[in-house]
Ligand binder design. Structure first.
Ligand SMILES: Cc1cc2nc3c(=O)[nH]c(=O)nc-3n(C[C@H](O)[C@H](O)[C@H](O)COP(=O)(O)OP(=O)(O)OC[C@H]3O[C@@H](n4cnc5c(N)ncnc54)[C@H](O)[C@@H]3O)c2cc1C
Length: 476
């Protein structure tokens, strides 16, 4: 079962993120490209830098690289890729950018969304051709807001599988990753980074100099104090991301007067099985499943997006909802590794018909029966769903029915450092720091300031595209 972290368990006082002047510091080594963080962003940056140099070091605080990337479903959105073309999918970067814009109601960082929507396809093709990553397209359902099938995945359909591919490529390229290396201090004089201090588990420090520094250490989802400050609505919610996302990039950024944007933006999720702690695929909702509360009533348009659904679920009694679906969707779910985990963990309840399911899960009978009647009317166009969802099918009350108790969770933050087209970190006056780069969750994303602005895949989108841009530009 997946290990999850309640924000309250993480002590902000442990987070040291200092910026110090470089004078008097003797660095034990110097590298051309130094990368903090070995998730998708850091490893992609390292592979890109390796196109120009071998002088690269990745620093990772954990004993093994994993990050939020390994916890993720590992679905990367990209347009106009070889993989899409081989399947006859006529997507374009322009359409992709329009979908990002529509989901964020135009409030996203528009220069950045254009940059990454045009870049990500090229980055995935390059990873395929030069580093042997064999992409597949998830084409059995569309995530909310995506016009085309553009989620790229490896055959396992997991973040762990994705990390394994990236690490294998790093190994083949002979790039060094130093694990158990928590960076707590960066050294900067005259707006130029000269190196970092690394804290080892035995409490000893090492000093590593660099010509260029890439921040690939993700956002601040695990930092209780920063979440309270920027995303108060999620300060008591379950945190479902990696414990290493302590906000180092923005804490350093604040001290050097870097530009930051959309700090209230985040990816939530309205479908984490509770108390089992397993992510339930949103494919169930997109293909006909519904969510009801303890009163047996629907409370939102489930097809709007799983991110904003986190807030709707948390607003229900006991902060929970039930995912309700039928046999057809159960079979679809079984195509996803997380769903198989949910079966094993006992999160999935089933009964021969709606009446027995009500007995089993204890929702209000009258409310639930009325909900099923309404869905039948919506699907026959006899009535219009007041939440605005279009129903193509009903859930038959006399057939086998499934239910999973879920809660809403915070997955990762979308606000962060502003970067330019080279992934260089910008100062508050929008001019770049020459040798400081950022990508992935360390940088501002493309979801705008609201939870509803998160289009599925916006997380790995900027990890891969900005990671590659940072690596290529930092190694020139
Ligand atoms: C359950 C879940 C499912 C998700 N599914 C998807 C999905 O399918 N598609 C999608 O696009 N997004 C998804 N996301 C979001 C996605 O996982 C992240 O946006 C993405 O992994 C960010 O990549 P990253 O490289 O920036 O960060 P990470 O993968 O978190 O890597 C950052 C690394 O930096 C290390 N680090 C941090 N601080 C320091 C420091 N000071 N010194 C040294 N090392 C440090 C961390 O330990 C970590 O290993 C999901 C998130 C979750 C939680």
């Amino acid at each position: 079962m997946r290990k999850c972290h309640n924000i309250d368990m993480i002590d902000k006082n442990e987070v040291v993120a200092q910026v110090e002047p470089a004078s008097g510091i003797v660095f034990q080594a110097n590298v051309q490209v130094l990368i903090i963080g070995a998730g998708a962003c850091g490893l992609t940056a390292a592979l890109a830098a390796n196109d120009n140099t071998n002088d690269i070091l990745v620093l990772e605080r954990d004993p093994e690289p994993s990050g939020s990337t390994a916890l993720s479903s590992g679905f990367v959105p990209a347009a106009d890729t070889k993989c899409q073309r081989s399947k006859g999918i006529q997507d374009s970067a322009h359409e992709f950018n329009n979908d990002i814009l529509a989901k964020a109601s135009g409030k996203q960082n528009s220069e950045l969304s254009k940059l990454v929507s045009y870049k990500c396809g090229k980055v995935l093709d390059w990873l395929g051709e030069c580093h042997g990553i064999d992409w597949k397209i998830l084409d059995n359902f569309l995530y909310p807001g995506h016009t085309f099938h553009r989620m790229h995945t490896v055959s396992e359909k997991t973040g762990v599988g994705l990390m394994n591919r990236l690490q294998a490529a790093i190994g083949r390229a002979g790039i060094a990753i130093s694990t158990n290396s928590l960076v707590d201090t960066i050294y900067m004089s005259n707006e130029i980074i000269s190196g970092v201090r690394v804290k080892r588990p035995n409490g000893l420090f090492e000093f590593i100099g660099c010509d260029n520094l890439i921040l690939a250490c993700n956002g601040y989802g695990a930092n209780k104090e920063l979440v309270k400050k920027y995303i108060p609505e999620m300060s008591d919610a379950l945190y479902f991301g990696h414990a290493g996302n302590q906000g180092h990039a923005v804490l350093w950024g604040e001290q050097i007067k870097a530009g930051v944007m959309h700090m209230s933006g985040y990816q939530g999720h309205g479908s984490v099985a509770t108390p089992h702690g397993v992510l339930i695929t949103w494919a169930l909702m997109m293909e006909g499943g519904i969510q009801v509360n303890e009163q047996g009533l629907r409370f939102s348009n489930e097809n709007q997006g799983y991110s904003e659904q986190s807030v709707h679920v948390l607003a229900q009694s006991n902060n929970v909802a039930w995912v309700i679906y039928d046999e057809k969707l159960h079979l679809l779910g079984k195509e996803f590794p997380d769903y198989l985990k949910a079966i094993k963990s006992g999160a999935i309840k089933s009964a021969d018909n709606a009446s027995s399911l009500i007995e089993l899960i204890g929702v209000d009978r009258k409310g639930f029966e009325e909900t099923l009647r309404l869905i039948e009317d919506f699907s026959l166009s006899k009535k219009v769903d007041p939440f605005g969802r279009e129903f193509k099918r009903n859930l038959a009350p006399d057939e086998k029915m499934y239910a999973i108790k879920v809660t809403g969770a915070l997955f990762h933050t979308q606000g962060g450092l502003l970067v330019n087209e080279k992934a260089q970190v910008l100062k508050s006056d929008k001019t770049p720091f020459k040798n400081l780069f950022a990508g992935g969750g360390a940088a501002c994303g493309v979801s705008g300031p609201d939870v509803s602005g998160y289009l599925s895949g916006n997380g790995l989108l900027t990890a891969f595209s900005l990671g590659a841009l940072a690596g290529w530009n930092a190694s020139k």
